[in-house]
Design a protein around this ligand. Sequence first.
Ligand code: ADP
Length: 227
Amino acid sequence: MSVDAIVSLKQVHKSYALGETRVQALRGVDLELHRGEFTALVGPSGSGKSTLLHLVGCIDEPDSGSVLFDGTDVGKLDDNARSRLRNHKVGFIFQSFNLVPVLSVYENIELPLLIHPNLTPTERRERVKAAIADVGLEEFAQQVPDKLSGGQRQRVAIARALVTQPLLVLADEPTANLDSVTAHRIIDLMLELNEKRKVTFLFSTHDEKLMVRVARTLHLQDGALRP
Ligand code: ADP
């Protein structure tokens, strides 16, 4: 594992039970992600992108092979320790935004900080305000998500992922529910945050047009990374 690797996967296999059989979702994936990188994971639907993001993000464990996250062997952790690692070091952005409809933009972004007990209320407020400013939603802080466009909702989700200052942000098809102009704006925003705030991103997409925007592209096909 190189010095600046945040995540290192070695010969990772993952399958799911499907009736009497098993679906092989990942078949021997080797991968390193480094601090400051902006990486696109590209592949058709069913190629294993979500499965790979779940393993990188310590949501799930492999059947075999190893996942090292920030030097910790994730396979050796119990569920609680794995959740703690995930809550403190990983930010997630989802295709369908996953915002809480009854909470305001501000409260949605504040939510993940409520389990960070060492922050004072003032520090928490400053973090939330900075995250809102980073995604350009100052005017919308008191709105509920229903009042916002798809692109704005995804900005809220990006701010929520960043507010804990995670080591790595994972985005599972973050642009799939957006029109192409908005999709490019969301990628622009992620690229800007990568450059200015040094946020490390791994995002998945099946849209070949988006991957040309990105320095590092990984191609997943039938559960394996193309060489
Ligand atoms: P992608 O994100 O590229 O669409 P996935 O990682 O979701 O790919 O899925 C990879 C393969 O694993 C697919 O064949 C899918 O049907 C299967 N799969 C994913 N999750 C499950 C699950 N929970 N149970 C059964 N099969 C699954």
